[in-house]
Each structure stands twice: as structure tokens, then as C-alpha cells.
Design a protein around this ligand. Structure first.
Ligand SMILES: [Zn+2]
Length: 260
């Protein structure tokens, strides 16, 4: 499922292949994926304009096109593909931006997420809902302010209104590295826990952004969590799994002791 690091990869991809190119035609193959206007209305607002330098906020990709911004969310299975020249579209290509010199496809098998168009900041917020700052830009003091309260730490990390960009894999990886149980109440975190949480969040994000995904290294929780009889890469204990904040969390019962 695309999280901050994957969407950063899509941002770089769009910049590399489509930036500066003129959109000649938008082919909407699945009209439900254009979320806040009609396919023809969408086309009218972007056709003839060029993709400018894209940005990212949490799991959202923002691609300015003339005075408009195309917002993309990748849901569970979304991605971007550039095709030079002509070719048969992939069965899951939902929207195709035909440009000078090639085509940018928004591919999405399971159809969560979608594409929005916005003319100003208010329309951007209408599409995204209120978002906290991007997790990669957040300082140590700000993190504690944003997440403060009594919620469980994993739930708070994944709450996009507080902090934008973290999903199931990133939050589990960060908590495993910081040795904090995913259900720990924020109210129970001490100063040294917050210090570790922030430092590990930045370290995990830096490395994941470099790889455009949470890298499944064997020394990382992410690299072993889907193994049969998965073991903690640090201490060798059997990993635990349970639903936390609506997602299947994975943690080490020895390294991440429960403290509610
Ligand atoms: Zn362990």
C-alpha cells in the first residue's frame, strides 16, 4: 500500500517523465476515478497545459498543471507508468494523460484513491481533508505537540490529520526501531521515548524515501514480517500480530514491551 515513501517515488517519476510536457488529451477509462468533476470537465481544465514541478504532502501527490492542481491518491494499489509512443493500455490503467512524446497512466487495480482537480488551496483541502504536516518535515518538539493526547501511539502516527504520510508499514517499522509497543498510550511516553520515536521516524523515512518504498531488508521488521514464523531481526523472538487502529500491526513482544 503506497505510503509517504512510495508517493515520493511517484513524485520523482512524474517529474522525470512528464514534467514540462503538454497534456494533449486525457483518456478517462474509468470515470469513477475522477472524484470531483466529470471526465469532460476534468479534461477541459488540463488539456493544452503542461505538467509543472510536482510536490507531495503525506500520501498525496500534487501535480500543478497551468493554474490548476491535479491531486492523486494511490489508495491501496495505485501507481504511475510512463509509456513512450503508443501501446495497448494496461487493464488497470484508469486515467491516461496523453502528452507530447508519451503517455502517463494512473494505474490502480483496486480503485481506492483517485484523481481530483483543484483551482486553489481551499479546493485542495476539500479534496484531501485536513492534513497534518508531512511527517518528514516534522521536528522533535512539533511531533510531541501534534500527537499529544491519550490515543495509542500507532493510531496517532497513522492519523493523517495529525501527521501526514505514515501508514501501516512505516508506523510499525518506526515503533519497532524505537522499541515502543504499538498500543502504548501517548500519555505514557517519556522524554527519551519521544526522542527515540522522532529520531527513528526520521531515519526510517530518509532510507525509505531513498528506496521509494519501505525497503524489505532482512535487518528491518518490514523485511521479515510476512515470513512464516517471523522472527525479530534484533532479538530472534517470534513476532506478534494483531489488529491495532484497524490495521494488522506487527511487533516484537520482547523489544517492544507493553506500557499502556
Ligand atoms: Zn525483538
Amino acid at each position: 500500500m503506497p505510503e509517504l515513501s512510495d508517493v515520493e517515488g511517484f513524485r520523482r517519476y512524474l517529474a522525470r517523465y512528464a514534467m514540462g510536457r503538454r497534456i494533449e488529451r486525457v483518456e478517462v477509462r474509468d470515470r469513477a476515478m475522477i472524484r470531483n468533476t466529470s471526465p469532460s470537465g476534468f479534461g477541459r481544465r488540463v488539456q493544452g497545459r503542461r505538467f509543472a514541478d510536482p510536490s507531495r504532502h503525506g500520501k498525496w501527490l500534487l501535480a500543478p498543471v497551468g493554474e490548476q492542481t491535479v491531486l492523486m491518491h494511490f489508495g491501496m494499489t495505485g501507481l504511475l507508468r510512463w509509456t513512450a509512443g503508443t501501446g495497448e493500455p494496461h487493464v488497470h490503467d484508469r486515467v491516461i494523460f496523453h502528452c507530447s512524446g508519451g503517455a502517463l497512466s494512473y494505474r490502480n487495480m483496486r480503485r481506492f484513491g483517485g484523481i481530483w482537480i483543484a483551482g486553489d488551496d481551499a479546493e485542495i483541502e476539500q479534496a484531501t481533508g485536513r492534513l497534518g504536516p508531512d511527517a518528514f518535515d516534522v521536528g522533535r518538539g512539533e511531533l510531541e505537540e501534534l500527537l499529544g493526547g491519550r490515543a495509542g501511539v500507532k493510531a496517532a502516527l497513522m492519523n493523517q490529520r495529525r501527521l501526514a504520510g505514515l501508514g501501516n508499514l512505516l508506523s510499525d517499522e518506526i515503533l519497532w526501531r524505537a522499541r515502543i509497543h504499538p498500543r502504548t498510550s501517548l500519555a505514557r511516553l517519556r522524554r527519551r521515548d519521544w526522542n527515540r520515536l522522532h529520531a527513528e521516524m526520521q531515519a526510517v523515512l530518509r532510507e525509505s524515501i531513498r528506496h521509494a518504498r519501505v525497503p524489505p531488508k532482512k535487518a528491518w521488521l518490514t523485511g521479515v514480517r510476512d515470513d512464516r514464523a517471523a522472527k525479530c531481526p534484533r532479538c530472534g523472538s517470534s513476532l506478534r500480530r494483531a489488529t491495532v487502529a484497524g490495521r494488522t500491526a506487527c511487533w516484537c513482544p520482547r523489544c517492544q514491551r507493553g506500557r499502556r
